[in-house]
Design a protein around this ligand. Structure first.
Ligand SMILES: Nc1ncnc2c1ncn2[C@@H]1O[C@H](COP(=O)(O)OP(=O)(O)OP(=O)(O)O)[C@@H](O)[C@H]1O
Length: 300
């Protein structure tokens, strides 16, 4: 199993005004892409700022890449990239100037900063427009520059705050693909926040769901969406008598339009379906294993 990239224990953050943004939060993030999901105000941005050592938590422990975020913030920021949620790009500066500047601020020599800037701008698909002032960029292009600047100093981990904010569906898909490829092209792990669980499903290896600053669930995407022992059954007639017969036989069944969802945790249920169809004179058109989607699992 990979090493822990982010580990918090009983992390609590209460702002000066008395708002508790994080409460007793214990999470463990491993390599790959991890989604940090929660409604607006759930505490996602607060957590990212604490991980970067920019905010001091009220209590609890927090380690990033093995470093203590309470005191080793500068060392963490050398190895972690950050894409903030809000627009923060100077309008008169080009994407190249901006990324080279930030690369140099992070300690890269000028030549390395220039080379690395060209690489990351190519990765995010902004190579052609790289010398244009950013004030003329679309929202999608601005989001891409924000992603590029998070990658420019070749970090081990990037923290991306709502990278799909303000994008249309096609722009969102492009951004999620880029994030997926940060791992494959650069070998960099990512923590990505979103208030939309569904959009992270195909991008992330794991998800952490928080609500009101508390952990709701943490699991790998594969575990969440793994095949569940349910089959969808379609017959060539009214499925109601079949549903009744299965229920009588103690098999859990749920009507979904013309389909029946049948619990097959006990494989004997397959025989019950076959025999009931034969007795009722129904032809079996289809039996198909169902996959759960993350959104269904978490809302149940
Ligand atoms: N500087 C601050 N002072 C006081 N309260 C704050 C501060 N920053 C955030 N909060 C409060 O802490 C809670 C969590 O905010 P946070 O921004 O971390 O949530 P979020 O999940 O990132 O939401 P969003 O996506 O809307 O930014 C909210 O109730 C917010 O109002």
């Amino acid at each position: 199993m990979s090493a822990s990239l982010v580990a918090t224990e009983a992390l609590t953050m209460t702002y000066a005004g008395g708002v508790t943004a994080l409460a007793d939060l214990t999470v463990d993030v491993r390599s790959g892409v991890t989604g940090l999901v929660g409604a607006n105000g759930a505490g996602k941005s607060t957590l990212l700022k604490i991980l970067l050592g920019l905010l001091e938590p009220t209590s609890g422990s927090v380690h990033v890449l093995g470093l203590d975020a309470r005191g080793e913030g500068p060392a963490i920021r050398e190895r972690v990239g950050y894409m903030p949620e809000h627009d923060c790009l100077p309008p008169d500066v080009s994407a190249t100037e901006f990324c080279v500047h930030l690369g140099r601020m992070s300690g890269l020599p000028t030549t390395a900063a220039r080379e690395r800037t060209a690489d990351v701008l190519r990765h995010v698909g902004l190579y052609e427009e790289r010398y244009r002032p950013m004030g003329g960029y679309s929202t999608g292009m601005k989001q891409r520059v924000k992603l590029a600047q998070a990658l420019v100093h070749d970090p081990d981990l990037v923290l991306l705050d709502e990278p799909t904010n303000g994008l249309d569906p096609a722009g969102r898909d492009d951004m999620l693909d880029l994030i997926r490829r940060i791992g494959s092209d650069f070998g960099i792990s990512a923590v990505v926040t979103s208030h939309l669980l569904g959009e992270l499903e195909r991008t992330c290896d794991a998800v952490v769901v928080i609500d009101g600053g508390r952990l709701l669930r943490q699991s790998s995407t594969a575990d969440v969406t793994a095949e569940t022992p349910v089959v969808a059954v379609e017959v060539d007639g009214d499925p109601s008598p079949l549903a009744a017969r299965l229920a009588e036989a103690g098999v859990e069944v749920e009507a979904r339009g013309r389909l029946l969802h049948v619990d097959v945790a006990d494989p004997a249920a397959y025989d019950v379906v076959r025999d009931a169809c034969a007795e009722l004179g129904l032809g079996l058109v289809r039996m198909e294993r169902q996959r759960h989607r993350m959104v269904e699992v978490f809302s149940s």
